[in-house]
Design a protein around this ligand. Sequence first.
Ligand code: ASP
Ligand code: MG
Length: 448
Amino acid sequence: MPDLIKVAKFGGTSMADAEAMRRSAQIVANDPDKRLIVVSATSGTTNHLTSFCESVTIPEKEELFRTIQKKHTDICNELQHPENVRKKLDDVLNELRKYTKIQVIGAREKDAILSCGERLSSLLFTEIVNEAESGATWFDARDVIITDDAHGNAEPDIKEIENRSAVKLRNLVKEKRVITQGFVGSTPEGETTTLGRGGSDYSAALFAEALNADVLEIWTDVTAIYTTDPRIEPNAKPITEISFDEAAELSVFGAKVLHPATLKPAIRKSIKVYVGSSFHPDQPGTWIVKETSEKPVIRAISLRRNQTLLTVHSLDMLHRHGYLARLFEVLSKYKISVDLVTTSEVSVSMTLDTDVQSAERNHLSEKVLNELRSFCDVNIEKNLALVALVGNNLHATAGLSGPVFGALQETNIRLICHGASSHNLCFLVDETKAEDAVRTLHQTFINK
Ligand code: ASP
Ligand code: MG
């Protein structure tokens, strides 16, 4: 009997090829407590499958099919016993091949197609774990991860996942090592769904919650969460332990290791989360826990680029009610997502994350602007970056702003947000000054 129940998730780069899979399998084999293994598709495969769905010609689809087929049969050919898994791989590939004939793919079919990525990788990985030790078993995540029918971004049904897991999984993981798919779910009627891009972390956290696991491990291609981006500041240090609350501020503010929402199921049950690299399993990773033993005022500094500052101004705002409601109603109507807000008596400034890669996102079209201009003056500033200090009790620490802003004497600070969160103090600076600001603050507070 295992001592603990650990759920371990391996991302796409940890499944990239036979070599990466063997490295990951060794991590599994070295720890008898890793009972449920949740895997992503091999790296690049979900992108290929997405292109497959979006391509409109049959030859394009056939070409993408062949790429995916080759990638997985290549890994299969490197196995000690390819015959153990070849038939099961072919079943999934044949299912996918059928869709090459369909020109326009709907949302339902798309989920069935996307699920093939994780189904293929998990079949191969089960066999590779079995090379290291026998007895690992493949499990269909769709038997447990029950969701609504919002295809492409389905909402899990926590209660039902718990029920299913009690019946189908809880005892199984005690007897055997179980390998399953991330990202993939099913409606109660048995139709395949997916949890949204990058959803495997979320799946793993849902499984951990349903199993009442002791630990959730996320194995990825970075060794740890760092005190800041090491590409900006080479003296950045790995963080040994960080709280869920701090980590949430960090991931929102630029450290793209984990998305905070994905950890919610683990937070609900206070399950400790470990983040480590499957490429360097011996290097220490980061623990994300409810209560950390140390609570430094400043734990990390993050940088988020591509910020737009939208400022509206109107004398009508003075001592009136409903003004902010009206403002946000317009922004909501055009699906503009606002991150930070500061207000004065007659002005409101807001930051929008304007990712250049998605021109659609938070686009301030003439339509939005005209509607705003009908009741206020509007000003837009671009090429800004958001620098965030993340830590503990920032709102109640006397003498913090002196050193922060003293260190940045030469920098024009455009907007400050302080006080809303006890774990975060952040401000906007010109994009060209942002990296310097991060380095200076890192030297002042972390590498002191
Ligand atoms: N394979 C899916 C994706 O690439 C889910 C995941 O890897 O988290 O989005
Ligand atoms: Mg991922």
